[in-house]
Write a protein that binds this ligand. Structure first.
Ligand code: SPV
Ligand code: MN
Length: 635
């Protein structure tokens, strides 16, 4: 940058926008913005102060420049990402680190100098012909210990519009903080666009995370998970900070589970993508605080959590009127919603796979003009909507929004739940013996079966500790240690549970639980948090007693729950559990810096499983377990 930053800002911003920017008295911010205006060279610059007027400007720009199209319902728009730009790009997402530093084999990193050089090269003049939007937000509620102010530079009106829906406005927070260098910075450019207004230079798609500079660069992509700075990009920066400051950044929902006598117990839950996280957060009769990302801090010995966001970027596939009444209603009301990568007919109505209604044979989707049977370049049939098609909507559109969702002190966490897609090992719900046991055998041992229907690959288990692996910017061993330490510092420790919505029958292969059954598991966990019901000891944790479940099934779902179903669902599968321990131990033994405690706790669990196998065999019904424990207690 040869010119002085003030000169650049004066030359490139009109009077109104310059005034808005200068009302924030922060020269770090001004220098940063000037540098990227100079480098990326947009045609014009718009500074948003978060007012209704400025938000409208961005909404209208998205329509005007063709990144979104209006739909039949008021407030609804659709955005398409490029055919090859439909998901997070793990390959080209890298953490930039000083030369010679690595985070271990499971996390992609790159030499910082080299990465910065490459991305700055790619970004030179990349915004030519585009308008640059400069927007301010906060992660977490404003003016609280959780708050992280953020500035987003993007030349995509779709990205800016999405962020206005998903995040709290932060202009005032910036004004209040004044000359302060501590904020997250995101520079995004969709790059050159094709005739469909989608990113053209996918080969130059890069998402580089400069943890030391608190900055993320993203280029030549539009898909939200790669571009919406405050979502998964900020998560990597926050994990890096949290690790040093003793708090947690987690890929977790937050929800209130409603127990007896109007008691509300807050849960957080970690699930890998497409494993039921949003549908859990949307359970009927319960209340939602957040569906994707949580900051958790120890405040006075208590674990408290806030939703980093204020909206939902949810998967739309499979949402139907019967199973998802709350989401269905929102998607069919005149709210501000951006649909992405769904099918649109000529009347401006949207359709998606699994919606439970007839889908037309023609329309427009992520592949352009679409007809039933259309194939892509690889000869693969194109579905009407992409499996990762999404909707973006603010949380306040939902009738189940928890009244404390924006509490600056967060909500106290009573329970933490971990769950993955597991066809054969874990029972539907179980409670860990204690914090360490939960963190290690549930969170750190989380695996999920791949969902893509790729022949031969289906069922491959992906290791995904705390469902956070894709977002780690610190070594895995350090991350596990921080989780263990966090619990040790708490006076009141949340209980830890594991759930499995995907357990199948050993012989028929059929799912053993209904989609709605999870309601009962949460009601049971809520009672356990307050020690209101007893449970059965098993080598892997505590499981529900039949009588308690029968009562809860009747009460919450009006369902008769029979013993046979209970036995099938809760039979302890010892060979599968032992195999899992072997897999997990093998993975961790190849990772550096893993706390010894992890191996000890796994070994204890292995010993317990083997002991029970000797006495009761490979597959043990919960009734047998209950009997056997009673016998031991009688001596
Ligand atoms: C996920 O994949 O976990 C999401 C969507 O929440 S993304 O923004 O792509 O991360
Ligand atoms: Mn997510």
């Amino acid at each position: 940058m040869t010119k002085n930053y003030e000169t650049i800002l004066e030359e490139r911003l009109d009077r109104k926008n310059l005034e808005k920017l200068m009302a924030i008295r922060n020269t770090y911010l001004h220098r940063f913005i000037a540098r990227y205006i100079d480098l990326c060279n947009p045609d014009s610059v718009f500074v948003s102060n978060g007012s209704e007027e400025d938000q409208r400007y961005i909404r209208e720009a998205a329509i005007r420049n063709g990144e979104e199209m209006k739909l039949a319902t008021e407030g609804h728009t659709v955005h398409f990402d490029g055919y090859y730009d439909q998901a997070r790009d793990r390959e080209n997402t890298k953490i930039l680190l000083p030369r010679g530093m690595h985070l271990g084999g499971n996390i992609r990193t790159m030499d910082r100098e080299e990465g910065l050089r490459e991305i700055h090269e790619i970004m030179r003049d990349i915004m030519k012909g585009h308008e640059l939007y400069i927007c301010f937000y906060t992660l977490g509620p404003e003016n609280s210990v959780f708050t992280i102010p953020c500035v987003q530079l993007t030349d995509s009106s779709y990205v800016a519009h999405s962020e206005n829906i998903l995040y709290r406005q932060g202009y005032k927070e910036f004004v209040r903080r004044g000359e302060n260098p501590n904020f997250f910075k995101f520079v995004h450019s969709e790059g050159e666009l094709d005739e469909r207004r989608t990113s053209k230079n996918i080969d130059k798609r890069r998402i580089y995370i400069d943890v030391e500079g608190d900055t993320v660069y993203s280029a030549n992509t539009q898909y939200g998970g790669n571009t919406i700075g405050l979502k998964k990009l900020a998560m990597r920066l926050a994990i890096y900070h949290a690790a040093r400051e003793g708090w947690l950044t987690e890929h977790m929902l937050i929800m209130g589970i409603h127990g007896p006598n109007n008691r509300v117990t807050y849960f957080t839950g970690a699930f890998p993508s497409m494993c039921g996280k949003t549908s859990t957060a949307m359970l009927e009769g319960e209340t939602i605080v957040g569906d994707d990302i949580a900051y958790i801090r120890n405040i006075g010995g208590v674990a408290r959590a806030v939703n980093v966001e204020k909206g939902v970027f949810g998967i739309i596939e499979g949402i139907n009127a019967k199973d998802d009444p709350i989401q269905w209603k929102v998607l069919h009301s005149p709210n501000e919603i951006i649909f992405s990568n769904v099918l649109v007919d000529d009347k401006g109505r949207v359709y998606w796979t699994g919606m439970g209604e007839e889908i037309p044979d023609r329309g427009i989707n992520h592949s352009g003009e679409w007809w039933k049977g259309k194939k892509d370049k690889e000869g693969k049939e194109i579905p009407p909507s992409h499996p990762n098609a999404r909707f973006t909507v603010a949380l306040d559109a939902f009738e189940n929004l928890d009244p404390r969702w924006n509490d600056p002190n967060g909500v106290e966490i009573g329970a933490i739940v971990y769950g993955g897609r597991d066809s054969d090992t874990w029972v539907p719900v179980q409670e860990a013996f204690d914090w360490d046991h939960g963190i290690i055998t549930k969170g750190a041992s989380l695996e999920s079966e791949r969902t893509a229907a790729v022949l031969g690959e289906e069922g491959v288990r992906e290791f995904n500790p705390m469902s956070n692996l894709d977002f780690l910017s610190i070594p895995i061993g350090m991350y596990i240690k921080i989780n263990l330490d966090f619990g040790r510092g708490l006076k009141r420790k949340p209980k830890i549970f594991a759930v499995n919505y995907f357990i199948r029958d050993r012989t028929s292969g059929e799912y053993l639980t209904d989609k709605v059954d999870k309601k009962v598991w949460y009601k049971w966990m809520e009672l356990r948090v307050h020690d209101d019901v007893e449970a059965i000891w098993t080598p892997t944790g505590y499981i529900p007693r039949y009588d308690d479940l029968r009562y809860l099934f009747k009460k919450t779902l009006s369902k008769d729950y029979d013993e046979d179903t209970y036995i099938k669902q809760f039979t302890l599968r010892i060979p599968e559990n032992l195999a899992k321990i072997r897999r997990i131990r093998e993975i961790y033994s190849r990772i550096e810096g893993v706390p010894k405690r992890l191996f000890d706790v796994l070994e204890e669990e292995e010993r317990r499983l083997k002991r029970v196998r000797e006495e009761l065999g490979d597959y043990v019904s919960p009734f047998e377990l209950e009997e056997s424990v009673k016998k031991t207690q009688r001596g």
